[in-house]
Structures are given as C-alpha cells and as structure tokens.
Design a protein. Structure first.
Ligand code: ATP
Ligand code: MG
Lengths: 233, 293
C-alpha cells in the first residue's frame, strides 16, 4: 500500500503541492487527473524520490520512506515511468531493458525479458536498435517495459498516452489493465481523463497543488463538474 | 621515410594524449564539468611513478599500477570534496573551483618536492633498445607506450560497454534522473567515473616520465590542455571522439615539428582546432545538437 500524507513541495518560491494526501491500496489502479501545472508530475516525482518534499511523508506498507533515496525506493518495489518517457536514447532497446533490472538480485533476467517481449512484441524485433530511433509509441512501450523489468509492486505512470495516436492509446490502456491484473498496483497520471477513469478503480482530481475531488472512478465519470472540466462536455 | 618517422612519434604521443583525453571526456560526459585539474592528476601520477621506481625500487609495471591506484583515489577525493558540493551551482562556479584544485595540486606538490625538475630513472634492458626499419627509428619504449595505452583503452571500452557499472555510467551521462529511476546510485557512479578517468591520467603521467624523463610540478599543464583540445576536437563527452582527437593532435604536433615548425607546433594544433570547430562546432564526431538544459 502506498500512502502520502500532507505533502508540501516547493520549487524555489513556487509552492507546487499544498498539503496533498492520497492512498493507493494493493492491487488497485488509481488515477490522478488535473489540468496542466496542477502538480501531478510533482506528486509522482516526490513519491519516487526525485523531488524532496518540504513537509509531509511518503509511506509504503506503513513504512516511512520520505528520507530514502530514489534508487533505494526502486529496490523497494517502486518504479516510475516518467513524463516524456526518458528512455536512454543512445543505448539499445536491450540495454534499456537491462538497466530496468539494475537493482534486482533475485530471479532470472532472461525470463523477465521474455515476459516483457511477450507483452511488447515490437521491442523484441527492435532489441538491437538504439532507443532514440524508436517511434513515440515504441518508446512508450520501452519505457513501460523497462519499468516492468524491475518487477515493481507499485508502478507510477506519468501520462503514458501522451502524444500517441488513438489506436495506440487504446493499446497502452489495455496493457495497463493487464499489468494490473497480473498483480501490480498502479498510480496513473493522465490528461486523457476519460480513458483513465475507465480503467481506474478510484480517482483523485488535482487543481493548483491541491486535491479537490476524490472518489470512485465510475461515480466521478457521471459527475457534472468532472464531465464539464475534464471529459469535454 | 620522414613521414613514417613522424607517424610513429605521433602515434606514441597521441597514445598518451588519448589516455588523458579519455578522462576529460568521461568526466564532461557525466557531469558536464571541464575538469581543469585533470592535467595535474597526471602530474601527481608522474611523481608517484617516479617515487615508486626511485625510492621503492619498483619495476615499471608495478610503478604504473601504483600511480594508477593513487590517482584513482585522488580523483575520487577531488570529486567528493571539491566538485560534489557544487553539483547544483552554476557551471562557472565549478569551472573556477577546478582551476583552484589545479593550482592547489601544483603548489602542494611544489612544496613537497621543490620546483626543480626530477628525472625518471634511465631505461634499461629491452626498454632502452631501439631498432630501425628502412631508416625509421623505432624506440622500444614507444612500442611499450602504444601497447599499454591501447590495452588500457580496450579495457576501458569493455568496462563501459559490457559491465554493470559501465552501463550505469552511460545511463547517468545520458539522463541522471532516469538513471535514478532505474535504481542507479548517481553519486557512486560519478565517483567511479572519476576513479577510472584519473587512473588513466596517472598511467599517462608515468609514461610521460618514461618518454620525456624530466618531470616537474607544472608539467601537467600542456598535456592537460592538449588533451582537452583533443577531447573538444573529437566532440566532448564522446569516448571515440576523444581517441580520434588525441591521435589527431599527436600527429599534427609531430608533423609540425617534422616540417621545422618546432617552436610553433602548439600554435598549429590550436589553429587546426579553431578551423575544425568553425566547420563542425560540436567536434569531429559530435552531433550539432543544442545543449540539453
Ligand atoms: N523543475 C521545476 N522548477 C520550477 N517549477 C516547476 C518545476 N517543475 C514543475 N514546476 C511547477 O510546479 C507546478 C506543478 O508542475 P507539474 O509538472 O507537477 O504539473 P503537472 O500536473 O504534471 O502538469 P502537466 O499536465 O503539464 O504535466 C507548475 O506550476 C510548474 O510550473
Ligand atoms: Mg506532468
């Protein structure tokens, strides 16, 4: 279980998160939606440890990890697919995937690789290619495959559908659902609120650094405010 | 035959530059810092080698290994003490600190050994020999320098391409935050990079001493500067670029000397650099992309 409590985050003078709390239970898909600049990415970056909060705490299974470094959180089972994919463009697809399992001492890398290739067959064909030569959709799959190589218990996804054609968006959301069914807890940040609310169990809505609405995803989809603000009517 | 003579001289000089340039370029690649103290690490390596051979009576290979180890430690200490606290400050602050570290090493060394040059022990046995092919004189020490350099480059290449820490180094130099998200400890990876780069500079220092005999506390300046030029030649941050640039600088320098421009050989090197950078601003192998912010 992932929990954040009263998180405050600043970028210099900018107060980006103003005391937000949320919770993701084991096995859930929870989505975090909101307009540009609301603080969604900042929330994920604080959970993964790339950004240190000024106040508040991050807990995994009740354990306070606020002071833990980002790399050690990966070893704990927390993986983030960052906004903009951030794959290693000068390394091959295979090397990118291997880096995903950098912290794993257990298990069989070959088997994990086959699993990722099973989920993203296009990566298997491109394994010797440099990451930077992949298309946007392929890069997104590589970023997700790379995170899966860490065998995370909790996966943080930051706008996985960004910039993708509708067909690919559909495919990415199907994959997210599959990954979740196979036992990975997911916190999903999305601009595509419609799709996100369809796959998620629960949702939080952010506005300028605060969580303004939260609740059951299916319920929220029917709410007039949400429809107006995020679902295009 | 003159051409071949310059070729062999250029090859051994270029090999030494290459070892230095590699450290420059690796450090730049990972933290975008031009480590101006790098030439002085070479100087320290030269003194450690000299001390090991004269006072401790080590053979050349043991002295080389000792100098490399000492420089690796020195490099890590310099990074941790001087550069790490400035990781998030401006580049100019880091650059000025690097110049400060450079002066510090030079004058601390001067305090201990004096400003007068020291001489490396005479080469003996095989090392002192030479042979002639069609009028081209090849000294055995040149072959040893080229051989050791190439061997170290191959080892470096294997480390960077094949090993876990090498992959971490490449990942950090491409995108440090993404590397953190893979579970890579960025600080440790930077330390390893300094250790390896400085060890190579240490090896270069010992070979410099063996080749030119005389060493002094300011000896790191020129080879450091030329290796930096070499790294920029090839495209700073790129390992193959550093190698290409270093041999280019080595050849340009020896050819300039060969055609009677001894006094101006350094000027010729810098002139060629300026011309190359006018044509290809990112260096021979660099891509002309905008610098990432
Ligand atoms: N590195 C930074 N330096 C300064 N301010 C930042 C930085 N990163 C984010 N911010 C600010 O913090 C606020 C929240 O940004 P964040 O990236 O978390 O928003 P977001 O909800 O992910 O937006 P988007 O949907 O556009 O990705 C914004 O006002 C942004 O300008
Ligand atoms: Mg964002």
């Amino acid at each position: 279980m992932l929990e954040i409590k009263d998180l405050d985050v600043h970028y210099g003078g900018i107060h980006a998160l103003k005391g937000i709390s949320l919770q993701v239970d084991d096995g859930e898909i929870v989505t975090l939606i909101g307009a540009n600049g609301a603080g969604k990415s900042t929330t994920l970056r604080t959970i993964s440890g790339l950004k240190k909060p000024t106040a508040g705490s991050v807990l995994v299974d009740g354990r306070d990890i606020t002071k833990m470094s980002a790399p050690n959180r990966v070893a704990l089972g927390l993986s983030q697919v960052p906004e903009g994919r951030r794959i290693f463009t000068q390394m091959t697809v295979l090397e990118n995937l291997e880096l995903g399992s950098y912290r794993r001492k257990d298990g069989n890398r070959g088997k994990d690789l086959q699993e990722v290739f099973g989920r993203f067959p296009v990566l298997a064909d491109r394994r010797k290619q440099l990451g930077g030569t992949l298309s946007g959709g392929e890069q997104q799959m590589l970023a997700m495959g790379r995170a899966m190589m860490a065998k995370p218990r909790i996966l943080l996804l930051d706008e996985p559908s960004m910039g993708l054609a509708p067909l690919l968006v559909q495919e990415i959301f199907e994959i997210i659902t599959e990954i979740n069914k196979d036992g990975t807890t997911i916190l999903l940040v999305e601009q595509n609120a419609n799709k996100a609310l369809q796959v998620a169990k629960r949702a939080y809505v952010m506005e300028t650094g605060r969580i303004v609405i939260s609740g059951d995803a299916a319920e929220l989809m029917k709410t007039e405010d949400i429809k107006k603000a995020y679902l295009g009517g | 035959m003159e051409v071949f003579q310059q070729l062999i001289n250029g090859l051994s000089l270029g090999s030494i530059y290459a070892l230095i340039a590699l450290g420059y370029t690796m450090v730049y690649g990972i933290i975008q810092l031009i480590n101006f103290a790098h030439g002085d690490v070479l100087m320290v390596g030269a003194y450690v080698g000299w001390f090991s051979m004269t006072a401790l009576h080590m053979n050349m290979f043991a002295a080389l290994a000792t100098a490399m180890a000492a420089c690796a430690v020195l490099g890590v200490v310099i990074e941790r003490v001087a550069y790490k606290p400035l990781r998030n400050s401006t580049r100019i602050a880091a650059l000025i600190t690097a110049i400060g570290v450079s002066l510090f090493l030079e004058y601390v060394m001067m305090y201990f050994v004096g400003a007068n040059p020291k001489a490396y022990p005479d080469l003996t046995g095989f090392m002192a020999g030479s042979f002639t092919i069609h009028g081209v004189i090849i000294k055995n020490i040149q072959l040893v320098i080229i051989g050791i350099s190439v061997l170290l480059m191959i080892i470096l290449q294997l480390i960077v391409q094949r090993t876990r820490v090498g992959k971490a180094m490449r990942a950090v130099s491409q995108d440090a935050d993404a590397a953190r998200l893979m579970g890579i400890n960025v600080d440790n990876t930077i330390s390893v990079t300094f250790a390896i780069g400085s060890a190579l500079a240490g090896a270069a220092g010992v070979m410099w001493g063996l080749y030119y005999v005389s060493i002094n506390p300011l000896m790191g300046l020129m080879p450091g500067l030329k290796a930096f030029v070499a790294a920029v030649f090839g495209g700073i941050g790129l390992i193959p670029g550093a190698l290409l640039g270093a041999y280019a600088v080595g050849f340009i320098e020896t050819i300039a000397k060969g055609v009677g421009l001894s006094t101006y050989s350094d000027a010729v090197v810098f002139l060629v650099l300026i011309l190359i950078l006018i044509i290809k601003p990112a260096g021979l192998l660099g891509k002309n992309t905008k610098e990432k912010v």
